[in-house]
Design a protein around this ligand. Structure first.
Ligand code: XMP
Length: 516
């Protein structure tokens, strides 16, 4: 019998940028956690059988009109509760304490001074460990039954507890690395106070998903669009294990991939015995992109062409599939349930998960409970080669958004050759370990140069090397000047049509990682 998901630690979200971090830190401790909107009722929560509740931080003030709150019945469920920052203030307010605007706002890292208490669950911690504070409000009066357990130089009540009811509150953020003892702190709450066993592993997940996919699809057929990325590939592997020959993967090759990549994807996936249709649609994509220079138009055309090609293929299979598998991940699900509204669209991202909701198939999304690092681990368990798992992220619209201006076969060749050199030089260098992405961009300018005794008037390549945790923000991933000079030398010498190389030294924000 496949195992079911462990009873979760539930995190109620009040709109903090850090809520996902809380869930990830807990999953890393092998404890299953999920995020729910703060509007969930106590009754709904009881049905989920949580082992502990965490109230996240958030940007509001508990005393302002319309501030997000919770069903007070949550404190009657008999489950340990930890409030973090806004969550602590809300707990204090609901349970009878007083929260006020702080005289001195506290932003940054500061020592947390723990009250001496030999029976405290935090006795193992240093009495003045650095913690990240980020708040403008503060607790003036504790709720009945609570006592103060810590303070900082500017915040008199920075930690509180009602041990009898297992309610704990901290003004600092244990979910960030700047709080040195943050992870042990969360672990002490979950393992020692809430007595949760650490049983969230991915081996049980594979069996459970296979059973679920089989039960959902029954005797029907399922199709999956592969992009060559880790999410769609792991989705396909799970579905294939569940359905055997009632599964079909389709790889729409848009011709906009890096040099040799389409062949490598087909090689790796057929090696794993995945039933794969490789549709070479380069001509269709390049024809439809002809003359288009606007970045958003390019993205839209590529997205639409992808859907046209994929559906054409899907609808002409010998047996028409009823189901479509997508590699939706947990952060996409969180985004849709989060307290915050959708953030403004900077770029219309396109990938195989970007099929329109209105489609002729029923959806199967076997990764929707997982974070990216968990998908990588799953891929490893399913036999994907390390080179596949460690691949750099690659945008759905491919090299089209690294060719600034019009996409032509000649400009595609130039960026592919320059990109191949960047990868050859950096893939096996010590720099690769700290770089999130490194690539070449073809600029829409020509510059004068001299080769031999001849004047040239040719293209410019920009090199982009970035470091990042998740692609949301990024910094310049600095590589030594000598490596840059070597790259420039090789690109100009080897790529016909390029006579100048420049280096992009912009961080995100205000720039983005890709140029379009
Ligand atoms: P930006 O350029 O928005 O990129 O800073 C952030 C990360 O996302 C990747 N990216 C995409 N990934 N479909 C994807 O699957 C897309 O349309 C897309 N556009 C950008 C980009 O490579 C970087 O890692």
């Amino acid at each position: 019998m496949p195992q079911s998901l462990p009873d979760p630690v539930l995190i109620l979200d009040f709109g903090s940028q850090l809520t996902q971090n809380i869930a990830r830190r807990i999953r890393e401790m092998e404890i299953y956690s999920e995020i729910l909107p703060h509007t969930v009722s106590a009754g709904e929560l009881r049905e989920r059988k949580p082992r502990a509740l965490i109230l996240s931080g958030g940007p509001s003030s508990v005393f302002e009109d319309g501030a997000p709150s919770i069903d007070p019945g949550i404190f009657g469920l008999g489950v340990p509760v930890l409030g973090i920052c806004y969550g602590m203030q809300l707990m204090a307010q609901i349970l009878g304490g007083t929260v006020v605007s702080a005289e001195i706002r506290e932003y940054g890292v500061t020592p947390l001074l723990l009250e001496p208490d030999p029976s405290s669950p935090w006795t193992a911690f240093s009495p003045s460990s650095p913690v990240l504070m980020s708040h403008g409000d503060t607790i003036l009066k504790l709720p009945p039954g609570f006592r103060k357990t810590g303070h900082t130089r500017s915040t008199p009540i920075a930690a509180m507890e009602d041990r009898k009811n297992q309610f704990y509150g901290v003004q600092f953020h244990p979910e960030v690395t700047q709080t040195l003892q943050g992870v042990p702190f969360l672990k002490a709450f979950l393992v020692e106070i809430a007595k949760i066993s650490r049983n969230w592993t991915l081996s049980g997940y594979i069996d459970r998903q296979i059973a679920e996919i089989s039960a959902t699809v029954g005797n029907d057929h399922l199709i999956c669009a592969l992009s060559g990325g880790i999410d769609s590939t792991v989705t396909a592997l799970l579905c294939h294990l569940a359905l055997g020959d009632r599964f079909q993967a389709v790889f729409v090759d848009n011709g906009l991939m890096r040099a040799g990549e389409a062949q490598q994807i087909v090689h790796d996936l057929t090696h794993l015995n995945l039933p794969l249709i490789h549709v070479n649609a380069e001509k269709t994509f390049l024809d439809r992109l002809k003359g288009i220079r606007d970045p958003e138009r390019k993205r839209k055309v590529i997205g639409k062409t992808f859907i046209d090609v994929f559906w054409e293929e899907a609808l002409h299979l010998p047996v028409r599939p009823r189901y479509l598998a997508q590699g939706t991940l947990y952060p996409d699900v969180i985004e849709s349930i989060s307290h915050k509204g959708p953030s403004s669209v900077i770029k219309s991202h396109h990938n195989v998960g970007g099929l329109p909701r209105k489609n002729p198939f029923l959806l199967v999304e076997p990764l929707k409970e997982l974070f990216k690092d968990e998908v990588r681990r799953l891929g490893k368990e399913l036999g994907l080669p390390e080179t596949f798992i460690r691949k750099q992220p690659f945008p759905g619209p491919g090299l089209a958004i690294r060719i600034i201006g019009a996409v032509t076969p000649e400009r595609l060749r130039i960026v592919q050759e320059a990109d191949r050199i960047v990868r050859e030089e950096l893939d096996h260098s010590p720099h690769a370990a700290f770089l999130w992405q490194y690539f070449a961009v073809l600029l829409p300018v020509q510059s004068v140069g001299v080769m031999g005794d001849q004047r040239t008037y040719e293209n410019v390549i920009a090199i982009r090397t970035v470091s990042s945790q998740d692609g949301m923000t990024a910094d310049v991933g600095e590589i030594p000047y000598s490596a840059l000079k070597h790259l420039s030398h090789r690109i100009i010498a080897e790529v016909r049509g390029v006579n100048r190389v420049v280096y992009d030294i912009s961080a995100k924000p205000p720039s983005t990682i890709e140029w379009e």
